[in-house]
Ligand binder design. Sequence first.
Ligand code: K7E
Ligand code: CUA
Length: 635
Amino acid sequence: MSDHKEDDNKTGISRRGFLGATAAASVAGAGLAAGVLVGGKEAEARTKTNANGLKFHVDPGELDDYYGFWSGGHSGEVRILGVPSMRELMRIPVFNRDSATGWGQTNESKRILGDNPQDYMGAGDTHHVHASYTNGTYDGRYLFTNDKLNTRVARIRMDIMKTDKIITVPNVTSIHGLRLQKYPKSNYAFANGEMVIPQPNDGRDLENPENYWTMLSAIDVESMEVKWQVLVDGNLDNNDTDYQGKYVCSTCYNSARGVTLPEMMGPERDWAVVINLKAVEEAVAAGDFTTIGDCKVPVVDGRGAEQGGSKFTMYIPVPRSPHGLNTTPDGKYFIANGKLSPTVSIIEIAKVDDYFAGKLKDPRDAVIAEPELGLGPLHTTYDNRGNAYTSVFLDSQVVKWNIADALRAAKGEKVNYIRQKLDVHYQIGHIKATMAETKEPDGKWLVALCKFSKDRFLPVGPLHAENDQLIDISGDEMKLVHDGPTFPEPHDCIMVRRDSVRPARVWKRDDPYFAETVAMAKADGITLEQDNKVIRDGNQVRVYMTTIAPNFGLTDFKIKQGDEVTVVITNMDSIEDLHHGFALTNHGINFEIAPQATASVTFTANKPGVHWYYCSWFCHALHMEMSGRMLVEAA
Ligand code: K7E
Ligand code: CUA
């Protein structure tokens, strides 16, 4: 699978030749559109647009049209990119440790990391990032991401772009697919438990895979409580929601419930499983549920795939090992991507309504077409003109196809639903178009998230970057316009129109993010905005200080060896972008304090002597001099 074909047997054009042709056509097309070919300014402008006329170069000082939110994979973080420039704007530490911001070290971040961040050593694996919705489009409140590694779900506040809540999902192992309810607004985040385990997983039934199960979990977006779980057959992979607030649909592999690869590959068909939210909510409200072990979360039984499902579920047979599941922006179809089958399965949501209303008997009849696209279809995205774009991993291509034509072809009409196949470099996983997961797709840009970059960048050792390629989809023909190396491994991204994101410029002093630290100060009689004081309480010492560039409020403080020290810093600068840092030498401590924020850290002072602290975020001409001493008396 790491080999890419030099020749494409479908187009008969060599990959390099095809690329060359595309690039040449692009320049010629732009020249024609401009009417004349001249040097200087016009030549410069010509390089910034392509044949579709969509401007992809963002000039210095100009802003991007979209916020791109990228998962960071096994880096455990979320990244913000500007689109179309593909400039990385910020990283949001989530499950990882970050020494620039102090994430995983400050008391504020530890409260959010919760139960056992030390056990996990700052490791996580984010695959999917999705933003909250109101009425089917982004509302700028929250981002959610999954931790496949440690079975967690995190929420990020989009006003401050910081993680503000992390939960470990009970009763399941390994959260993979994650999506939010789209209508009327995101009340739930739906998290797919991927791997099957004994229920409860407490040491019994270890070698009895017939008793291994997994579940879909519904998480309340505001409280971050798991409201209910649905036991399912098979392993849950990816999911998506409809545009009416009725369903969540997941691809589901390993219907054989095997524990080895050959066992998992046994049956010809797996499923897309649809969960009926209303049916589950009614059962939970009526007390018609069970619980598992000590966990209080209501669990309903959605198994029964062989009979089509339970009253909560509908199992729609699709070719085995399906992967991505993507709702069309018109709300009509769920599209399940075949992975091992060269097809995608188009599921008509109106037929799902019929099934739960008792009007459709066989779930198979909800699949109204299975167009063949290429080898290894993984994920599908959409424009605003009825086209779908599917990533095909083995062929290393983006396949543009027309949904209406595919449905016509399924009815026997002679129509070619394939619009174009574009080579990408190489082995594409996720694929995403701007605003494609909302009812307002705009068909402008598409990003192909390629797993392999091979020869596309300067070699940097055996470990290669991945390649997120930017493609202009605004015209009839897709145009590759940019190669974007990324540190492994972004799986997925979303691209959100910039007007729906409204970030804060400086912190508000009453932000709940540091409210507990403010409460601690208050109990000590401290006014954080003005006091620079050391409070001793037995062997616990709390050091409160302000910062105003280029000064720490305390140029020294004295403590005893063995003291448990909490340093609390409040940045009284209110100028946008004027951060300070508190870096304590030989203690591994460093964190950021943005304008008007309070941040704190707690550690045991076990080294007698003089230890300098300094400001680690450039703030002033005298930034280097912004420092102080921690004086530690020997015990
Ligand atoms: Cu396809 Cu985890 Cu969304 Cu990777 S998943 S590609
Ligand atoms: Cu304060 Cu640098």
